[in-house]
Write a protein that binds this ligand. Structure first.
Ligand code: GDP
Ligand code: MN
Length: 390
Protein backbone atom coordinates (compact mmCIF):
# COMPACT_ATOMS: atom_id res chain seq x y z
CA UNK A 1 0.00 0.00 0.00
CA UNK A 2 1.22 3.44 -0.90
CA UNK A 3 0.70 6.59 1.16
CA UNK A 4 1.16 10.30 0.53
CA UNK A 5 4.35 12.19 1.31
CA UNK A 6 2.76 14.04 4.25
CA UNK A 7 1.60 10.74 5.78
CA UNK A 8 5.01 9.12 5.35
CA UNK A 9 6.57 12.18 6.98
CA UNK A 10 4.25 11.80 9.97
CA UNK A 11 5.33 8.16 10.33
CA UNK A 12 9.01 9.12 10.07
CA UNK A 13 8.54 11.96 12.55
CA UNK A 14 7.01 9.57 15.07
CA UNK A 15 10.22 7.57 14.82
CA UNK A 16 12.37 10.60 15.57
CA UNK A 17 13.34 11.64 12.04
CA UNK A 18 13.41 15.43 11.54
CA UNK A 19 10.92 16.73 8.95
CA UNK A 20 9.85 20.32 8.19
CA UNK A 21 6.73 21.73 9.89
CA UNK A 22 3.72 21.85 7.63
CA UNK A 23 -0.02 21.50 7.12
CA UNK A 24 -2.40 19.90 4.63
CA UNK A 25 -4.68 22.02 2.47
CA UNK A 26 -7.58 21.07 0.21
CA UNK A 27 -8.18 24.63 -0.98
CA UNK A 28 -5.95 27.59 -1.87
CA UNK A 29 -7.58 29.54 0.98
CA UNK A 30 -6.51 26.86 3.50
CA UNK A 31 -3.03 26.86 1.96
CA UNK A 32 -2.74 30.64 2.47
CA UNK A 33 -3.76 30.32 6.12
CA UNK A 34 -1.22 27.55 6.75
CA UNK A 35 1.50 29.64 5.07
CA UNK A 36 0.56 32.59 7.29
CA UNK A 37 0.74 30.42 10.43
CA UNK A 38 4.10 28.94 9.42
CA UNK A 39 5.50 32.42 8.63
CA UNK A 40 8.21 33.08 6.05
CA UNK A 41 8.73 31.23 2.79
CA UNK A 42 6.96 27.91 2.24
CA UNK A 43 6.96 25.10 -0.31
CA UNK A 44 3.66 24.04 -1.91
CA UNK A 45 3.74 20.30 -2.68
CA UNK A 46 1.15 18.32 -4.63
CA UNK A 47 0.11 15.15 -2.79
CA UNK A 48 -0.28 12.25 -5.21
CA UNK A 49 0.96 8.66 -5.02
CA UNK A 50 3.72 9.25 -7.55
CA UNK A 51 7.21 10.67 -7.52
CA UNK A 52 8.82 13.13 -9.89
CA UNK A 53 6.36 15.86 -8.85
CA UNK A 54 9.04 18.55 -8.83
CA UNK A 55 9.85 18.15 -12.53
CA UNK A 56 6.14 17.98 -13.39
CA UNK A 57 5.39 21.34 -11.76
CA UNK A 58 3.89 19.97 -8.54
CA UNK A 59 6.44 21.46 -6.12
CA UNK A 60 6.69 25.28 -5.89
CA UNK A 61 8.47 27.69 -3.61
CA UNK A 62 6.33 30.56 -2.28
CA UNK A 63 7.83 33.61 -0.57
CA UNK A 64 4.63 34.74 1.14
CA UNK A 65 1.04 33.56 1.86
CA UNK A 66 -0.29 35.30 -1.27
CA UNK A 67 2.14 33.37 -3.47
CA UNK A 68 1.26 30.16 -1.62
CA UNK A 69 -2.37 30.91 -2.49
CA UNK A 70 -1.50 31.40 -6.15
CA UNK A 71 0.59 28.23 -6.49
CA UNK A 72 -2.01 26.19 -4.62
CA UNK A 73 -4.85 27.35 -6.83
CA UNK A 74 -2.81 26.28 -9.85
CA UNK A 75 -1.76 22.92 -8.42
CA UNK A 76 -5.04 21.82 -6.77
CA UNK A 77 -7.22 20.30 -9.49
CA UNK A 78 -4.41 19.93 -12.02
CA UNK A 79 -3.66 16.62 -13.72
CA UNK A 80 -0.06 16.24 -12.63
CA UNK A 81 1.97 14.25 -15.14
CA UNK A 82 5.21 12.67 -13.95
CA UNK A 83 7.26 9.70 -15.15
CA UNK A 84 5.43 7.60 -12.54
CA UNK A 85 1.85 8.56 -13.48
CA UNK A 86 0.09 7.44 -16.65
CA UNK A 87 0.13 9.76 -19.67
CA UNK A 88 -3.10 11.39 -18.41
CA UNK A 89 -1.50 12.27 -15.08
CA UNK A 90 -3.04 12.10 -11.63
CA UNK A 91 -5.55 14.67 -10.35
CA UNK A 92 -4.22 16.67 -7.38
CA UNK A 93 -6.76 16.94 -4.56
CA UNK A 94 -4.57 18.29 -1.79
CA UNK A 95 -1.32 20.12 -1.23
CA UNK A 96 1.14 19.91 1.64
CA UNK A 97 2.41 23.33 2.72
CA UNK A 98 5.67 23.24 4.61
CA UNK A 99 8.27 25.71 5.78
CA UNK A 100 10.99 26.21 3.15
CA UNK A 101 14.36 24.70 3.96
CA UNK A 102 17.69 26.36 3.28
CA UNK A 103 19.41 23.58 1.33
CA UNK A 104 23.15 23.05 1.24
CA UNK A 105 23.30 19.48 -0.11
CA UNK A 106 20.71 16.94 -1.32
CA UNK A 107 21.37 13.31 -0.37
CA UNK A 108 19.52 10.05 -0.93
CA UNK A 109 18.62 7.45 1.69
CA UNK A 110 16.45 4.41 1.13
CA UNK A 111 15.70 0.89 2.32
CA UNK A 112 14.40 -2.01 0.24
CA UNK A 113 14.14 -5.73 0.68
CA UNK A 114 16.71 -7.40 -1.53
CA UNK A 115 15.10 -10.74 -2.37
CA UNK A 116 18.28 -12.18 -3.85
CA UNK A 117 20.14 -11.62 -0.57
CA UNK A 118 17.05 -12.18 1.63
CA UNK A 119 18.06 -9.06 3.49
CA UNK A 120 17.08 -5.45 3.92
CA UNK A 121 19.51 -3.25 2.07
CA UNK A 122 20.10 0.35 3.12
CA UNK A 123 21.16 2.56 0.24
CA UNK A 124 22.73 5.99 0.54
CA UNK A 125 24.08 8.41 -2.01
CA UNK A 126 25.45 11.91 -2.27
CA UNK A 127 23.65 12.14 -5.62
CA UNK A 128 20.26 12.84 -4.03
CA UNK A 129 17.33 14.94 -5.20
CA UNK A 130 17.36 13.61 -8.73
CA UNK A 131 16.21 10.37 -10.29
CA UNK A 132 17.91 7.67 -8.23
CA UNK A 133 17.08 5.06 -10.92
CA UNK A 134 19.20 7.07 -13.33
CA UNK A 135 22.08 7.26 -10.84
CA UNK A 136 21.83 3.50 -10.33
CA UNK A 137 21.91 2.87 -14.09
CA UNK A 138 24.66 5.30 -15.07
CA UNK A 139 26.88 5.64 -12.01
CA UNK A 140 26.13 2.73 -9.68
CA UNK A 141 29.38 3.38 -7.78
CA UNK A 142 27.73 6.51 -6.35
CA UNK A 143 25.29 4.37 -4.38
CA UNK A 144 26.51 2.89 -1.10
CA UNK A 145 24.83 -0.22 0.21
CA UNK A 146 24.70 -2.04 3.52
CA UNK A 147 22.86 -5.35 3.83
CA UNK A 148 21.36 -5.91 7.28
CA UNK A 149 21.70 -9.32 8.90
CA UNK A 150 18.15 -10.16 10.04
CA UNK A 151 19.39 -11.88 13.19
CA UNK A 152 21.93 -9.30 14.32
CA UNK A 153 20.05 -6.24 13.07
CA UNK A 154 21.62 -3.04 11.80
CA UNK A 155 25.09 -2.69 13.31
CA UNK A 156 26.33 0.73 14.47
CA UNK A 157 29.41 0.42 12.25
CA UNK A 158 27.17 0.00 9.21
CA UNK A 159 25.23 3.18 9.99
CA UNK A 160 28.54 4.99 10.54
CA UNK A 161 29.97 3.70 7.27
CA UNK A 162 26.93 5.01 5.38
CA UNK A 163 27.02 8.37 7.19
CA UNK A 164 30.73 8.78 6.42
CA UNK A 165 30.03 7.83 2.82
CA UNK A 166 27.47 10.63 2.65
CA UNK A 167 30.29 13.04 3.48
CA UNK A 168 28.82 13.97 6.85
CA UNK A 169 31.08 15.39 9.55
CA UNK A 170 30.94 16.44 13.20
CA UNK A 171 27.41 16.89 14.49
CA UNK A 172 26.04 16.10 11.01
CA UNK A 173 27.68 12.69 11.21
CA UNK A 174 26.05 12.03 14.56
CA UNK A 175 22.67 13.09 13.17
CA UNK A 176 23.23 10.90 10.11
CA UNK A 177 23.92 7.78 12.19
CA UNK A 178 20.83 8.46 14.31
CA UNK A 179 18.67 9.07 11.25
CA UNK A 180 19.80 5.93 9.41
CA UNK A 181 19.20 3.87 12.56
CA UNK A 182 15.76 5.46 13.04
CA UNK A 183 14.76 4.82 9.40
CA UNK A 184 15.71 1.16 9.74
CA UNK A 185 13.69 0.89 12.97
CA UNK A 186 10.70 2.59 11.34
CA UNK A 187 10.92 0.24 8.35
CA UNK A 188 10.89 -2.89 10.51
CA UNK A 189 8.29 -1.62 12.99
CA UNK A 190 5.75 -0.72 10.31
CA UNK A 191 6.37 -3.69 7.97
CA UNK A 192 7.46 -1.44 5.17
CA UNK A 193 8.09 -2.67 1.65
CA UNK A 194 10.02 0.44 0.62
CA UNK A 195 11.18 3.54 2.48
CA UNK A 196 12.87 6.38 0.69
CA UNK A 197 14.02 9.87 1.66
CA UNK A 198 14.94 11.74 -1.52
CA UNK A 199 16.20 14.30 -0.91
CA UNK A 200 17.57 14.00 2.59
CA UNK A 201 19.06 17.46 2.91
CA UNK A 202 21.91 19.03 4.79
CA UNK A 203 20.77 22.55 5.64
CA UNK A 204 23.01 25.65 5.59
CA UNK A 205 23.12 25.28 9.38
CA UNK A 206 24.48 21.75 8.93
CA UNK A 207 21.38 19.87 10.12
CA UNK A 208 19.76 16.87 8.46
CA UNK A 209 16.10 17.08 7.38
CA UNK A 210 13.91 14.66 5.41
CA UNK A 211 12.53 16.90 2.65
CA UNK A 212 10.64 14.18 0.82
CA UNK A 213 9.39 10.82 2.04
CA UNK A 214 8.04 7.75 0.35
CA UNK A 215 6.83 4.68 2.20
CA UNK A 216 5.13 1.62 0.75
CA UNK A 217 3.74 -0.91 3.20
CA UNK A 218 3.46 -4.67 2.88
CA UNK A 219 -0.23 -5.40 2.18
CA UNK A 220 0.03 -8.77 3.89
CA UNK A 221 1.04 -7.13 7.17
CA UNK A 222 -1.60 -4.39 7.23
CA UNK A 223 -3.88 -6.46 9.45
CA UNK A 224 -1.54 -5.72 12.32
CA UNK A 225 -1.17 -2.01 11.56
CA UNK A 226 -4.61 -0.47 11.80
CA UNK A 227 -3.16 3.02 12.11
CA UNK A 228 -1.36 2.60 8.79
CA UNK A 229 -4.34 1.02 7.08
CA UNK A 230 -6.24 4.23 7.89
CA UNK A 231 -3.79 6.16 5.72
CA UNK A 232 -5.10 4.40 2.62
CA UNK A 233 -6.36 6.82 -0.06
CA UNK A 234 -8.42 4.83 -2.56
CA UNK A 235 -8.76 7.96 -4.74
CA UNK A 236 -5.18 7.28 -5.80
CA UNK A 237 -5.77 3.65 -6.74
CA UNK A 238 -7.20 2.06 -9.89
CA UNK A 239 -11.01 2.04 -9.30
CA UNK A 240 -11.38 -1.54 -10.54
CA UNK A 241 -8.56 -2.74 -8.30
CA UNK A 242 -10.34 -1.10 -5.34
CA UNK A 243 -13.63 -2.73 -6.36
CA UNK A 244 -11.96 -6.16 -6.68
CA UNK A 245 -10.30 -5.86 -3.27
CA UNK A 246 -13.78 -5.42 -1.72
CA UNK A 247 -14.59 -8.98 -2.77
CA UNK A 248 -11.19 -10.40 -1.89
CA UNK A 249 -10.33 -10.77 -5.59
CA UNK A 250 -6.84 -10.01 -6.81
CA UNK A 251 -7.17 -7.81 -9.86
CA UNK A 252 -4.24 -6.22 -11.65
CA UNK A 253 -4.72 -3.85 -14.57
CA UNK A 254 -2.40 -4.39 -17.53
CA UNK A 255 -2.30 -2.82 -20.98
CA UNK A 256 -3.40 -5.53 -23.44
CA UNK A 257 -6.81 -6.68 -24.70
CA UNK A 258 -7.53 -10.12 -23.18
CA UNK A 259 -9.30 -10.26 -19.83
CA UNK A 260 -7.96 -13.21 -17.83
CA UNK A 261 -9.90 -14.91 -15.08
CA UNK A 262 -7.76 -17.47 -13.34
CA UNK A 263 -7.46 -19.24 -9.99
CA UNK A 264 -4.06 -19.01 -8.36
CA UNK A 265 -1.14 -16.66 -9.01
CA UNK A 266 1.05 -19.30 -10.66
CA UNK A 267 -1.65 -20.23 -13.14
CA UNK A 268 -2.21 -16.52 -13.77
CA UNK A 269 1.45 -16.12 -14.73
CA UNK A 270 1.32 -19.16 -17.02
CA UNK A 271 -1.91 -17.90 -18.59
CA UNK A 272 -0.47 -14.49 -19.31
CA UNK A 273 2.63 -16.08 -20.81
CA UNK A 274 0.68 -18.28 -23.16
CA UNK A 275 -1.69 -15.48 -24.22
CA UNK A 276 1.38 -13.44 -25.07
CA UNK A 277 2.91 -16.41 -26.87
CA UNK A 278 -0.26 -16.87 -28.90
CA UNK A 279 -0.05 -13.28 -30.11
CA UNK A 280 -2.07 -11.04 -27.75
CA UNK A 281 -1.52 -9.27 -24.45
CA UNK A 282 -3.47 -9.55 -21.21
CA UNK A 283 -5.67 -6.52 -20.36
CA UNK A 284 -5.60 -7.58 -16.73
CA UNK A 285 -5.42 -10.59 -14.55
CA UNK A 286 -8.04 -11.49 -12.07
CA UNK A 287 -7.31 -14.19 -9.54
CA UNK A 288 -10.54 -15.58 -8.12
CA UNK A 289 -8.59 -17.62 -5.57
CA UNK A 290 -9.08 -21.16 -4.34
CA UNK A 291 -12.67 -21.34 -3.12
CA UNK A 292 -14.46 -20.27 -6.28
CA UNK A 293 -18.25 -19.95 -5.99
CA UNK A 294 -20.99 -18.42 -8.14
CA UNK A 295 -20.90 -15.05 -6.41
CA UNK A 296 -17.14 -14.69 -6.78
CA UNK A 297 -17.24 -15.71 -10.43
CA UNK A 298 -20.07 -13.23 -11.01
CA UNK A 299 -18.26 -10.33 -9.32
CA UNK A 300 -15.07 -11.24 -11.10
CA UNK A 301 -16.91 -11.17 -14.39
CA UNK A 302 -18.54 -7.84 -13.71
CA UNK A 303 -15.13 -6.33 -12.91
CA UNK A 304 -13.53 -7.83 -16.01
CA UNK A 305 -16.35 -6.47 -18.19
CA UNK A 306 -16.08 -2.94 -16.75
CA UNK A 307 -12.62 -2.68 -18.25
CA UNK A 308 -13.11 -1.07 -21.67
CA UNK A 309 -9.83 -2.49 -22.95
CA UNK A 310 -11.10 -6.08 -22.70
CA UNK A 311 -11.95 -7.43 -26.17
CA UNK A 312 -12.30 -11.09 -25.16
CA UNK A 313 -12.20 -13.08 -21.95
CA UNK A 314 -10.22 -16.19 -21.15
CA UNK A 315 -11.37 -18.17 -18.15
CA UNK A 316 -8.71 -20.63 -17.13
CA UNK A 317 -9.48 -22.60 -13.98
CA UNK A 318 -7.67 -25.56 -12.54
CA UNK A 319 -9.90 -27.73 -10.40
CA UNK A 320 -7.64 -28.71 -7.54
CA UNK A 321 -9.49 -27.72 -4.38
CA UNK A 322 -12.62 -26.77 -6.31
CA UNK A 323 -14.38 -29.20 -8.65
CA UNK A 324 -14.65 -28.19 -12.30
CA UNK A 325 -18.36 -29.04 -12.51
CA UNK A 326 -19.05 -26.58 -9.69
CA UNK A 327 -16.96 -23.92 -11.40
CA UNK A 328 -18.80 -24.58 -14.67
CA UNK A 329 -22.13 -24.13 -12.93
CA UNK A 330 -20.81 -20.93 -11.41
CA UNK A 331 -19.71 -19.61 -14.77
CA UNK A 332 -23.04 -20.50 -16.39
CA UNK A 333 -25.03 -18.82 -13.62
CA UNK A 334 -22.75 -15.82 -13.65
CA UNK A 335 -23.20 -15.42 -17.38
CA UNK A 336 -26.98 -15.76 -17.07
CA UNK A 337 -27.06 -12.95 -14.52
CA UNK A 338 -25.20 -10.39 -16.61
CA UNK A 339 -24.98 -9.31 -20.24
CA UNK A 340 -21.76 -10.38 -21.86
CA UNK A 341 -21.32 -9.04 -25.37
CA UNK A 342 -17.74 -10.12 -26.07
CA UNK A 343 -16.30 -13.58 -26.82
CA UNK A 344 -15.58 -15.81 -23.83
CA UNK A 345 -13.25 -18.80 -23.95
CA UNK A 346 -13.38 -21.25 -21.04
CA UNK A 347 -10.82 -23.86 -20.21
CA UNK A 348 -11.33 -26.07 -17.19
CA UNK A 349 -8.86 -28.71 -16.16
CA UNK A 350 -8.50 -31.00 -13.15
CA UNK A 351 -11.11 -32.70 -10.98
CA UNK A 352 -14.35 -33.43 -12.91
CA UNK A 353 -13.08 -31.50 -15.92
CA UNK A 354 -15.19 -33.54 -18.36
CA UNK A 355 -18.38 -33.02 -16.38
CA UNK A 356 -17.57 -29.32 -16.28
CA UNK A 357 -17.08 -29.12 -20.03
CA UNK A 358 -20.40 -30.91 -20.63
CA UNK A 359 -22.23 -28.40 -18.40
CA UNK A 360 -20.70 -25.51 -20.34
CA UNK A 361 -21.44 -27.02 -23.74
CA UNK A 362 -24.99 -27.94 -22.75
CA UNK A 363 -25.83 -24.52 -21.31
CA UNK A 364 -26.82 -23.01 -24.64
CA UNK A 365 -24.69 -19.99 -23.81
CA UNK A 366 -22.28 -18.59 -26.33
CA UNK A 367 -18.78 -19.48 -25.29
CA UNK A 368 -15.98 -21.55 -26.58
CA UNK A 369 -14.87 -24.46 -24.52
CA UNK A 370 -11.23 -25.43 -24.80
CA UNK A 371 -9.56 -28.44 -23.26
CA UNK A 372 -5.91 -27.49 -23.56
CA UNK A 373 -4.24 -24.26 -22.52
CA UNK A 374 -2.64 -23.70 -25.93
CA UNK A 375 -5.95 -24.27 -27.68
CA UNK A 376 -7.64 -21.82 -25.27
CA UNK A 377 -5.02 -19.14 -25.85
CA UNK A 378 -5.24 -19.52 -29.62
CA UNK A 379 -9.03 -19.35 -29.47
CA UNK A 380 -9.00 -16.14 -27.47
CA UNK A 381 -6.43 -14.56 -29.76
CA UNK A 382 -8.55 -15.51 -32.75
CA UNK A 383 -11.60 -13.98 -31.03
CA UNK A 384 -9.74 -10.71 -30.52
CA UNK A 385 -8.67 -10.80 -34.14
CA UNK A 386 -4.98 -10.80 -33.31
CA UNK A 387 -2.43 -12.42 -35.55
CA UNK A 388 -1.22 -15.80 -34.31
CA UNK A 389 2.45 -16.07 -33.53
CA UNK A 390 4.39 -17.86 -36.30
P1 GDP B 1 9.48 14.77 -6.04
O1 GDP B 1 9.89 15.53 -7.27
O2 GDP B 1 8.11 14.18 -6.18
O3 GDP B 1 10.48 13.74 -5.64
O4 GDP B 1 9.33 15.86 -4.86
P2 GDP B 1 10.42 16.37 -3.78
O5 GDP B 1 9.72 16.53 -2.50
O6 GDP B 1 11.63 15.53 -3.76
O7 GDP B 1 10.78 17.82 -4.31
C1 GDP B 1 11.53 18.03 -5.50
C2 GDP B 1 12.61 19.04 -5.30
O8 GDP B 1 12.06 20.28 -4.85
C3 GDP B 1 13.64 18.67 -4.23
O9 GDP B 1 14.66 17.85 -4.72
C4 GDP B 1 14.16 20.02 -3.83
O10 GDP B 1 15.22 20.42 -4.70
C5 GDP B 1 12.98 20.96 -4.05
N1 GDP B 1 12.41 21.30 -2.73
C6 GDP B 1 11.49 20.59 -2.03
N2 GDP B 1 11.28 21.18 -0.84
C7 GDP B 1 12.06 22.28 -0.79
C8 GDP B 1 12.32 23.31 0.19
O11 GDP B 1 11.77 23.34 1.29
N3 GDP B 1 13.21 24.29 -0.16
C9 GDP B 1 13.82 24.31 -1.35
N4 GDP B 1 14.67 25.31 -1.62
N5 GDP B 1 13.64 23.37 -2.27
C10 GDP B 1 12.78 22.37 -2.01
MN1 MN C 1 11.73 13.35 -4.13
Amino acid sequence: MKVHEYQAKAVLKSHGIPVPHGGLARTAEEAKQIARDLGGAVVVKAQIHAGGRGKGGGVKLARDPQEAYRHSSNIIGMDLITHQTGPGGQKVKQVWIEEATDINRELYLGIVLDRAQSRLVIMASQAGGMDIEEVAAKTPEKILKEAVDPGAGLQPFQARRLAFGLGLEGDGLKQGVQLITALHKAYVATDCALAEINPLVVTRQGDLVALDAKMNFDDNALSRHRDILQLRDTDEEDPLEVEASKYGLNYIKLDGEVGCMVNGAGLAMATMDIVKYAGCSPANFLDVGGGTNVERVQNAFRILMSDDDVKAVLINIFGGIVRCDLVAEGVVQALQGITVDIPVVVRLQGTNAEAGARILEGSGLKFRVARELKEAAEAVVEAVGGAPNP
